[in-house]
Design a protein around this ligand. Sequence first.
Ligand code: SF4
Length: 77
Amino acid sequence: MPESEVRIMSDNWKHRSESMRCKTCIWFCPKESLDGVTHLGRCRRHAPTMNGYPVVFVNDWCGDHKLNENNFIEPNE
Ligand code: SF4
């Protein structure tokens, strides 16, 4: 393909994880903080280790995400 025909393709997977954040996941157990805002919690997807359940931030994500329809936080809130 000639160099003049090379087009920059947009990334179809860009921002794909936006809907897979821990804050909307059924496995996420939020931890209350002193300022009343949830910043982190624990992931209960798998059995705990000797260190307990893994600590995750609300904006972390992983491939095991499962939407918790009862705890869904609207993106504009
Ligand atoms: S780490 Fe994955 S499974 Fe655990 S709460 Fe976050 S998105 Fe859900």
